[in-house]
Design a protein around this ligand. Structure first.
Ligand code: UD1
Length: 346
């Protein structure tokens, strides 16, 4: 029988790609989302790709009673993947309470409700932001690298949520958890049926880059070329969104298949390769044949100089490995941008 999975935040960027992979793997997905930063049409994209329209409940997970009713209406949910959260670093500095309320209340509500409904496992979306700027000897970072003080309320919510899960399981809660620390997810589904659709002016590199390439933005600003890196620009580990989505399927298989070695496991999800901003622009231009007007500007406050993953634990234990090349991933982001133009969205 198909196992039921609740994807909290399933119409968002990572949630929608994960829903596709879960459905392809035979899971029965129920999405809960309040559509605060996503669009209901995402369900059409998921249906076009998989032939299955996931069940959808529009609801704010901060509302515990409404969440309880929704779970009661969908008996038999075995696992939860929690994406639903606010995620703009800059906004979190301006509106810390919004971030603490959204990101922490949602998790607490779900953890409190899980035993009531016999839900056995939760996969939590965390971030490499918990490592801050790792010391040089800790690059590439493993899961054992020290957690650094958070540089934004957003980052702090990820740290606090990891601690909440750890403390709850330590106290004997009747469920298990897998915490996934994402590096920089980019790209779109190869069909261009779903992708990243930020509201307003993009803060993240790839949507700003593709919007510049298509002429919506005049110029991409490269935030600093005076870092202590080979070409002076910041280094990140850019991970293909479909590869990232597939890791969630392996995590859920492991949680529900009784294969977890411990009640709580943590995995880095990255490629293991660090790429600079300037290298990335160059790779995009080569992969697509499209020029990206750009200029070097001052450093962005709060940016980390360089971080990339040691993904060995996920490779060995989950049996998951990033597959796509950076060039193909950037080409998928471009195809998605062209699709948005074709559909008159941007
Ligand atoms: C950060 C967080 C990540 C969080 C994400 C959400 C870290 C290490 N990572 O990612 O946890 O999930 O924000 O927003 O804290 N850049 C430019 N020009 C631009 C935009 C970006 O040069 O217009 C550069 C940045 O300086 C950075 C790289 O591109 O070096 C990636 O930036 P971005 O996409 O914003 O992600 P992070 O800041 O790495």
């Amino acid at each position: 029988m198909k196992q039921k999975i609740l994807v909290a935040g399933g119409t968002g960027y990572i949630g929608s790609h994960t829903t596709v992979e879960l459905q392809n793997a035979g899971y029965d997905v129920i999405i809960i989302d309040n559509l605060s930063n996503s669009n209901i049409e995402v369900l059409d994209g998921i249906e076009h790709i998989t032939g299955i329209r996931p069940k959808f409940i529009e609801l704010d997970l901060k509302d515990k009673e409404a969440t309880r009713k929704a779970l009661a209406s969908q008996p038999g949910i075995k696992g939860i993947i929690l994406f639903a959260a606010s995620k703009a670093v800059g906004e979190s500095v301006q509106k810390p309470l919004l971030y603490y309320r959204n990101n922490i209340t949602t998790l607490i509500n779900l953890l409190e409700l899980m035993p009531e409904f016999g839900i056995e496992g939760i996969v939590f979306s965390s971030s490499c932001t918990v490592y801050g700027q790792p010391d040089p000897e800790n690059l590439p970072v493993t899961e054992n690298a020290p957690i650094k003080p958070a540089t934004s309320p957003y980052g702090n919510t990820k740290q606090i949520n990891e601690e909440i899960i750890r403390d709850t399981i330590h106290a004997g809660a009747p469920f298990k958890s897998v915490i996934l620390r994402y590096f920089n997810p980019i790209g779109a589904h190869p069909t261009a049926e779903i992708g990243e659709l930020p509201n307003g002016v993009p803060q993240n590199l790839i949507p700003y880059l593709t919007q510049t390439a298509i002429g919506i933005r005049k110029e991409l600003s490269v935030f600093g070329d005076d870092y202590n890196t080979p070409d002076g620009s910041c280094i990140r580990d850019y991970i293909n969104i479909v590869d990232l989505a597939k890791a969630h399927v392996t995590a859920i298989d492991r949680l529900l298949g009784g294969k977890s070695a411990k009640d709580i496991e943590i995995f880095n999800l990255g490629t293991g390769c660090g790429v600079s901003v300037l290298e990335l622009i160059n790779t995009f231009e080569q992969a697509t044949g499209v020029k990206v007007p750009h200029k070097i500007v001052a450093r962005r406050e709060g940016d980390i100089e360089q971080v990339w993953a040691n993904p060995e634990r996920a490779n060995k234990v989950l049996g998951w490995k990033a597959q796509e090349t950076l060039a193909d991933t950037l080409a998928s982001a471009w195809k998605w941008q062209l699709k948005l133009r074709e559909r008159g969205i941007m």
